[in-house]
Write a protein that binds this ligand. Structure first.
Ligand SMILES: Cc1cc2nc3c(=O)[nH]c(=O)nc-3n(C[C@H](O)[C@H](O)[C@H](O)COP(=O)(O)OP(=O)(O)OC[C@H]3O[C@@H](n4cnc5c(N)ncnc54)[C@H](O)[C@@H]3O)c2cc1C
Length: 368
């Protein structure tokens, strides 16, 4: 029996994959509904369904993205590919779909229950709720996102702070609905970046990630500059850019998703990285004894994420440096090469999987 804490994509995918492998799972989610709080751009790689190991559901996808416009201060780099290289999903529909999948696979999902305390050691892991009732299980998967309440209690050590972020749904005209825009540097992006992700011909998600200025104020400024009207604001949140955190050594506790720092250090995108960490956790739980579970999970996740996280963090520094425009132009010079590169890039693991010498295997392949 496994207890999963958190009903975001990482927790739901952990539950789904564990149930598919014949494990009894209970999932706790503090909100009374799933998918009602989606502070997310929803931009994912075109092959994300395969990476998450779930059957595609097409109404979850709102838009196809064929390229990017990178604005670096006053200069721009345009990258366009023939085939869609990324998708924009409705996080609300996506989370609800994963909820259905997890339940259909046999997971028990308890909504409106907040885990308050965790104690590991001795016989099993104990998780206490607000009303003092508790669960005691051999394995607890923490998928509580950036709140990390339980993660910190068992000794998880974040290696930095989340960057404040803000996102709004906006309406406007005059943009190419196939092209996502990224702003780096300058007034539009005072450390780290801002984005516009079109979801239709006349609407999109405008977001700012910044620890130098109030991201909601910067967002309003961009709205005015681009002539967008605000339709809906999401609550301020955080984005994690520091890669996997120091995992607790408590036996029987595994961190997945944002809780474990499984987001891309280049963009903070965590839907796919979190989902891959959830898959790896499920594989490790099913194929390990209680003695070697933690070691197996850590070794698999290190092999999948470590090199990529380092490379992305380095590339981020390059992007923020004075030569970023030159570097991007060099990388993508000429329309033809940009199209080729865009078509071949693995957007989740661009360094470790797109560049042949560094190719890594997924957790499943490694376990075999
Ligand atoms: C502004 C913004 C834009 C983003 N854009 C993108 C993007 O375009 N593409 C992308 O891939 N990623 C994006 N991300 C990141 C992405 O949203 C996260 O990486 C992803 O949601 C992580 O999923 P998760 O399941 O690990 O955590 P979460 O989605 O945070 O889910 C955690 C769940 O745990 C529950 N919970 C927390 N504590 C407890 C507790 N004590 N007891 C019970 N339940 C609890 C919460 O209610 C929540 O439902 C963005 C993030 C932000 C903030």
């Amino acid at each position: 029996m496994v207890l999963v804490v958190g009903g975001g994509p990482s927790g739901l995918l952990s539950s789904y994959h564990l149930c598919k492998m014949g494990v009894d799972v209970t999932l706790l989610e503090e909100d009374s509904t799933i998918g009602e709080n989606p502070h997310c751009g929803g931009l994912v790689s075109a092959d994300f369904w395969g990476k998450l190991g779930v059957t595609p559901r097409h109404d979850v996808v709102l838009n196809h993205i064929n390229g990017f416009e990178l604005h670096i201060g006053s200069k721009s780099v345009h990258l366009l590919s023939r085939a869609p290289c990324a998708l924009v999903i409705s996080r609300s529909l996506f989370d609800k779909y994963l909820y259905e999948l997890a339940k259909d696979a046999g997971s028990k999902v308890l909504l409106g229950l907040r885990a308050e305390r965790i104690r590991a050691g001795g016989q099993g892991v104990e998780v206490k709720l607000a009303d003092n009732s508790f669960f005691k299980e051999d394995v607890v998967v923490l998928a509580e996102g950036l709140s990390r309440l339980l993660t910190l209690q068992v000794g998880g050590r974040p290696n930095g702070k989340a960057l404040p972020s803000f996102q709004a749904l906006v309406r406007g005209r005059g943009f190419d609905p196939r092209v996502a825009q990224v702003f780096l540097r300058g007034e539009m992006a005072p450390y780290y970046f801002a984005y516009f992700i079109p979801i239709s011909e006349d609407a999109g998600r405008l977001g700012v990630i910044s620890n130098k200025a109030d991201p909601s104020k910067v967002c309003e400024k961009i709205m005015r500059t681009l002539g967008f009207a605000q339709v809906k604001r999401y609550k301020k949140w955080g984005v994690w850019l520091h890669g996997p955190i120091k995992h607790p050594s408590a036996r029987g506790v595994l961190l997945v998703g944002d809780a474990g720092g499984f987001t891309k250090p280049l963009t903070g995108g965590g839907v796919v990285w979190g989902g891959v960490s959830a898959r790896i956790a499920a594989e490790a739980i099913c194929h390990s004894s209680s003695q070697d579970l933690l070691e197996n999970y850590l070794s698999l996740s290190r092999r999948t994420f470590w090199l990529e996280a380092r490379a992305q963090a380095l590339f981020r520094r390059l992007l923020l440096g004075p030569s970023s425009y030159k570097v991007l132009n060099l990388l993508f010079e000429g329309k033809g090469s940009a199209q080729n590169i865009l078509g071949e890039i693995d957007y989740d693991f661009p360094f470790s999987r797109s560049l042949p010498p560094f190719r890594c295997l997924t957790g499943k392949e490694l376990l075999k």
